[in-house]
Each structure stands twice: as C-alpha cells, then as structure tokens.
Design a protein around this ligand. Structure first.
Ligand code: FES
Length: 195
C-alpha cells in the first residue's frame, strides 16, 4: 500500500541495496516516517503501488503502478505517492517496504509529469507546498518550481540543489499509470543512475 501525504518528512528515502543491519534500521526509519507523515497530513486517499516489473534494462529499473489515470485531475496539484516493494537481503525479506516516492501531475488529457521525490542535493525527501505552489526540501532549503526546475527564491541562498528535480518516465496501460522508478546520484549537476 502507499500513503500520500502532502509534505514529506525530513528523512532520506529508503535505499535499495542494504546490509542486514542497515536494512533493518532503514526499514524502521521508513516505517516511522510514513506513520509520522500520516499523522501530519490527513490522508486523502490510499492507493496500491504494486511493482509491475523488474526491468531488464538499467540497474534498479522498476515499473510501479501508481493508480488509475482518473485519479489525477488535469491541472491538479502534484500527488505524492510512496512506492513500495518487497526488500530482500541475504537473511530476510521485508514486505511492502518504501523504496522511494514520486510526484505525479496530470498536465493534459493524456499527458503527465512525474518527478522523483528524492532531493538532488543530498537525498532527503522533498515536499510540496500548496501555499507557495512549489516543492521544498526540509533538510537544507532547496526549492523547486512546480515543473521541477530550480526556484530562484529558495529558502536557502543560494539554492543548494545542483540540478532540477529528476523527471521519471511514465506510461499508461489501459487506465493504469505506471512509473519507472530510478534513483539518481545526489550532489551532482548531471543525472547519473545508481542501483
Ligand atoms: S538534501 Fe535537500 S536541500 Fe539538502
């Protein structure tokens, strides 16, 4: 399942490959963060984000189903969706663990814009502020316009983010919106996929 708070907690999204000790710790942090976010923001909806496929392409490529197209009104605000999947290591499996988050916006009848919720500065979870109609990172003040571009008037000056928010691929199959989840390396001006 996935929760859809409007503001993110100031913690990094869960990484994908973990040692057992780190895995358990991060899983606990992720679960706590989700619970906290749920307390901060009244839930507007609950959606399933099933892992559709582990792709054969780039390392870590995964497609997630994030909901029906009708769940995203044209011109509506960005919808944050936490992606969840089973996490495995050599010792155990954690079911339905958060692996990342995305913001989905429907920009036209058949057009979407999907942005990674991972801050390109150091990897904290970005939140969307409806009052300012922009994205903001709670960790060091990076700010982004609604299209993900760097905001000129960041809370911190200069804007610490080295690049805009990372755009992700999407597709519609039937009425289902699917998102290709990719984690990019933080702290670099250029996009570089990491596993
Ligand atoms: S991690 Fe987002 S501003 Fe530093």
């Amino acid at each position: 399942m996935a929760d859809r708070p409007t503001n993110d907690p100031p913690v990094p999204d869960a990484p994908r490959d973990l040692s057992r000790r780190r895995f358990l710790g991060r899983a606990a942090v992720g679960a706590g963060a989700c619970v906290g976010a749920g307390l901060l923001a009244a839930p507007t909806a609950m959606v399933l984000t099933p892992l559709v496929s582990d792709g054969p392409g780039a390392a870590g490529e995964r497609w997630f189903r994030v909901g029906p197209l009708s769940a995203f009104p044209v011109g509506g605000p960005p919808t944050r969706i936490v992606l969840r999947a089973d996490q495995h290591d050599a010792w155990m499996t954690v079911k339905n663990a958060p692996v990342g988050s995305v913001f989905v916006q429907r920009t036209g009848e058949t057009e979407l814009a999907v942005l990674s919720g991972v801050c390109p500065h150091l990897g904290c979870a970005i939140g969307y502020r409806a009052d300012g109609d922009r994205f903001q990172c709670p960790c060091h003040g990076a700010a982004f316009a609604r299209d993900g571009s760097l905001a000129a008037d960041a809370g911190a000056s200069p804007n610490p983010a080295p690049r805009p928010m990372d755009a992700l691929s999407w597709r519609v199959r039937g009425d289902a919106v699917e998102v290709r989840w990719v984690r990019y390396r933080p702290g670099t001006a250029a996009q570089e996929e990491i596993a």
